[in-house]
Design a protein around this ligand. Structure first.
Ligand code: GAR
Length: 187
Protein backbone atom coordinates (compact mmCIF):
# COMPACT_ATOMS: atom_id res chain seq x y z
CA UNK A 1 0.00 0.00 0.00
CA UNK A 2 1.22 3.44 -0.93
CA UNK A 3 1.79 5.49 2.20
CA UNK A 4 0.49 9.05 1.93
CA UNK A 5 0.29 12.20 4.03
CA UNK A 6 -2.60 14.60 3.47
CA UNK A 7 -1.85 18.30 4.07
CA UNK A 8 -4.89 20.48 4.87
CA UNK A 9 -5.68 23.85 6.43
CA UNK A 10 -9.44 23.82 6.82
CA UNK A 11 -12.57 21.72 6.67
CA UNK A 12 -10.86 18.65 5.26
CA UNK A 13 -13.74 17.37 3.17
CA UNK A 14 -11.18 16.17 0.61
CA UNK A 15 -9.22 14.39 3.35
CA UNK A 16 -12.53 12.75 4.30
CA UNK A 17 -13.22 11.65 0.72
CA UNK A 18 -9.73 10.13 0.50
CA UNK A 19 -10.03 8.38 3.88
CA UNK A 20 -13.48 7.06 2.89
CA UNK A 21 -12.16 5.77 -0.45
CA UNK A 22 -9.33 3.97 1.37
CA UNK A 23 -11.85 2.49 3.81
CA UNK A 24 -14.08 1.36 0.91
CA UNK A 25 -11.15 -0.32 -0.85
CA UNK A 26 -11.43 2.04 -3.83
CA UNK A 27 -8.09 3.67 -3.12
CA UNK A 28 -5.22 1.32 -2.37
CA UNK A 29 -3.27 3.52 -0.01
CA UNK A 30 -2.70 4.12 3.66
CA UNK A 31 -3.18 7.60 5.07
CA UNK A 32 -0.25 7.64 7.48
CA UNK A 33 -0.56 11.27 8.57
CA UNK A 34 -2.51 14.51 8.34
CA UNK A 35 -0.34 17.63 8.40
CA UNK A 36 -1.90 20.98 9.20
CA UNK A 37 -0.72 24.55 9.67
CA UNK A 38 -3.97 25.30 11.55
CA UNK A 39 -4.12 23.32 14.81
CA UNK A 40 -7.83 24.23 15.29
CA UNK A 41 -8.92 23.15 11.80
CA UNK A 42 -11.87 20.77 11.42
CA UNK A 43 -9.57 18.37 9.55
CA UNK A 44 -7.83 17.52 12.86
CA UNK A 45 -11.12 16.27 14.29
CA UNK A 46 -11.81 14.32 11.10
CA UNK A 47 -8.37 12.69 11.28
CA UNK A 48 -8.98 11.65 14.88
CA UNK A 49 -12.30 10.05 13.95
CA UNK A 50 -10.68 8.23 11.04
CA UNK A 51 -7.89 6.95 13.28
CA UNK A 52 -5.22 8.92 11.44
CA UNK A 53 -2.40 10.62 13.33
CA UNK A 54 -2.19 14.37 12.83
CA UNK A 55 0.78 16.67 13.00
CA UNK A 56 0.05 20.35 13.64
CA UNK A 57 2.44 23.25 13.55
CA UNK A 58 2.17 27.05 13.77
CA UNK A 59 4.18 28.63 10.95
CA UNK A 60 4.66 31.94 12.80
CA UNK A 61 6.54 30.10 15.54
CA UNK A 62 9.33 29.33 13.07
CA UNK A 63 11.90 31.73 11.64
CA UNK A 64 11.52 30.31 8.14
CA UNK A 65 9.64 27.92 5.88
CA UNK A 66 12.88 25.97 5.60
CA UNK A 67 12.83 25.27 9.35
CA UNK A 68 9.24 24.06 9.60
CA UNK A 69 9.50 22.06 6.39
CA UNK A 70 12.63 20.36 7.74
CA UNK A 71 10.60 19.31 10.78
CA UNK A 72 7.73 18.05 8.58
CA UNK A 73 10.20 16.20 6.37
CA UNK A 74 11.64 14.36 9.37
CA UNK A 75 8.16 13.34 10.48
CA UNK A 76 7.26 12.12 6.99
CA UNK A 77 10.47 10.10 6.75
CA UNK A 78 9.91 8.59 10.19
CA UNK A 79 6.48 7.36 9.03
CA UNK A 80 7.86 6.22 5.65
CA UNK A 81 5.48 8.44 3.71
CA UNK A 82 5.88 8.10 -0.07
CA UNK A 83 3.47 10.70 -1.44
CA UNK A 84 2.30 14.11 -0.22
CA UNK A 85 -1.32 14.95 -1.06
CA UNK A 86 -2.32 18.60 -0.67
CA UNK A 87 -6.04 19.03 0.04
CA UNK A 88 -6.87 22.63 0.84
CA UNK A 89 -3.39 23.34 2.22
CA UNK A 90 -3.13 27.08 1.78
CA UNK A 91 0.67 27.47 1.63
CA UNK A 92 3.30 27.19 -1.05
CA UNK A 93 5.59 24.19 -0.72
CA UNK A 94 9.27 25.14 -0.44
CA UNK A 95 12.51 23.56 -1.67
CA UNK A 96 12.98 21.28 1.37
CA UNK A 97 9.82 19.26 0.66
CA UNK A 98 9.98 19.66 -3.13
CA UNK A 99 13.43 18.06 -3.19
CA UNK A 100 12.58 15.33 -0.67
CA UNK A 101 9.39 14.36 -2.56
CA UNK A 102 10.31 15.13 -6.16
CA UNK A 103 7.34 14.38 -8.46
CA UNK A 104 5.49 12.89 -5.51
CA UNK A 105 3.51 15.93 -4.34
CA UNK A 106 0.05 16.55 -5.80
CA UNK A 107 -2.58 19.23 -5.26
CA UNK A 108 -6.25 19.77 -6.01
CA UNK A 109 -7.37 23.21 -7.13
CA UNK A 110 -10.92 24.50 -7.68
CA UNK A 111 -10.54 25.88 -11.21
CA UNK A 112 -9.77 24.71 -14.71
CA UNK A 113 -6.05 25.50 -14.60
CA UNK A 114 -4.19 27.38 -16.01
CA UNK A 115 -7.18 29.70 -15.49
CA UNK A 116 -7.55 31.23 -12.01
CA UNK A 117 -4.59 30.01 -9.98
CA UNK A 118 -4.14 31.20 -6.39
CA UNK A 119 -6.59 32.12 -3.68
CA UNK A 120 -10.39 32.09 -4.02
CA UNK A 121 -10.38 30.45 -7.44
CA UNK A 122 -14.17 30.05 -7.34
CA UNK A 123 -14.62 33.76 -6.61
CA UNK A 124 -12.22 34.56 -9.43
CA UNK A 125 -14.16 32.28 -11.78
CA UNK A 126 -17.49 33.96 -10.92
CA UNK A 127 -16.08 37.50 -11.06
CA UNK A 128 -14.60 36.89 -14.50
CA UNK A 129 -17.94 35.63 -15.83
CA UNK A 130 -16.17 32.47 -17.02
CA UNK A 131 -18.18 30.02 -19.10
CA UNK A 132 -16.86 26.98 -17.23
CA UNK A 133 -15.88 26.18 -13.67
CA UNK A 134 -14.09 23.05 -12.55
CA UNK A 135 -11.38 21.19 -10.74
CA UNK A 136 -7.76 20.31 -11.53
CA UNK A 137 -5.42 17.78 -9.94
CA UNK A 138 -1.79 18.58 -10.68
CA UNK A 139 1.79 17.90 -9.64
CA UNK A 140 3.24 20.55 -7.36
CA UNK A 141 6.24 22.61 -8.34
CA UNK A 142 7.68 25.81 -6.89
CA UNK A 143 5.02 28.00 -8.54
CA UNK A 144 1.47 28.81 -7.49
CA UNK A 145 -0.71 26.07 -9.07
CA UNK A 146 1.63 25.76 -12.04
CA UNK A 147 2.72 22.10 -12.04
CA UNK A 148 1.90 19.49 -14.67
CA UNK A 149 -1.82 18.72 -14.93
CA UNK A 150 -2.86 15.13 -14.12
CA UNK A 151 -6.66 15.29 -14.36
CA UNK A 152 -9.36 17.89 -14.84
CA UNK A 153 -13.14 18.11 -14.90
CA UNK A 154 -15.27 21.09 -15.84
CA UNK A 155 -18.94 22.09 -16.09
CA UNK A 156 -20.87 25.14 -17.36
CA UNK A 157 -21.46 27.93 -14.85
CA UNK A 158 -24.69 29.08 -16.56
CA UNK A 159 -27.73 28.97 -14.27
CA UNK A 160 -25.70 28.46 -11.07
CA UNK A 161 -24.97 30.98 -8.34
CA UNK A 162 -21.75 30.91 -6.34
CA UNK A 163 -23.10 28.49 -3.72
CA UNK A 164 -24.25 26.05 -6.40
CA UNK A 165 -20.92 26.27 -8.22
CA UNK A 166 -19.10 25.64 -4.97
CA UNK A 167 -21.26 22.64 -4.17
CA UNK A 168 -20.74 21.15 -7.62
CA UNK A 169 -16.98 21.69 -7.33
CA UNK A 170 -16.84 19.84 -4.02
CA UNK A 171 -18.90 16.97 -5.46
CA UNK A 172 -16.44 16.67 -8.35
CA UNK A 173 -13.42 16.95 -6.05
CA UNK A 174 -14.58 14.17 -3.78
CA UNK A 175 -14.80 11.77 -6.75
CA UNK A 176 -11.90 13.04 -8.84
CA UNK A 177 -9.19 13.18 -6.17
CA UNK A 178 -9.42 9.59 -4.87
CA UNK A 179 -9.82 8.27 -8.45
CA UNK A 180 -6.80 10.22 -9.70
CA UNK A 181 -4.67 9.09 -6.76
CA UNK A 182 -5.62 5.48 -7.41
CA UNK A 183 -4.49 5.86 -11.04
CA UNK A 184 -1.22 7.48 -9.99
CA UNK A 185 -0.40 4.81 -7.42
CA UNK A 186 -1.25 1.86 -9.66
CA UNK A 187 0.80 2.91 -12.69
C1 GAR B 1 -10.96 22.63 -1.97
O1 GAR B 1 -12.01 23.15 -2.75
C2 GAR B 1 -9.64 22.75 -2.70
O2 GAR B 1 -9.78 22.59 -4.09
C3 GAR B 1 -9.23 24.14 -2.36
O3 GAR B 1 -9.58 24.30 -1.01
C4 GAR B 1 -10.74 23.51 -0.74
C5 GAR B 1 -10.50 22.71 0.51
O4 GAR B 1 -11.67 22.09 0.94
N1 GAR B 1 -7.84 24.35 -2.58
C6 GAR B 1 -7.30 25.51 -2.96
O5 GAR B 1 -7.95 26.52 -3.17
C7 GAR B 1 -5.79 25.47 -3.16
N2 GAR B 1 -5.33 26.68 -3.78
P1 GAR B 1 -11.63 20.95 2.05
O6 GAR B 1 -10.80 21.49 3.23
O7 GAR B 1 -13.04 20.72 2.44
O8 GAR B 1 -10.97 19.74 1.45
Amino acid sequence: LTRIAVFASGNGSNFQAIADAVQAGELQAEVALVVTDKPQAVVVERAKKAGVESFSFIPSEFDSKQLYEQMIKEKLEELEVEWVVLAGYMRLIGPVLLEAFENRIVNIHPSVLPAFPGKDAIGQTMAAGAENAGVTVHFVDAGMDTGKIISQESFPVAGRDRAAVEQKIHEIEHQLYPATLQQLFSR
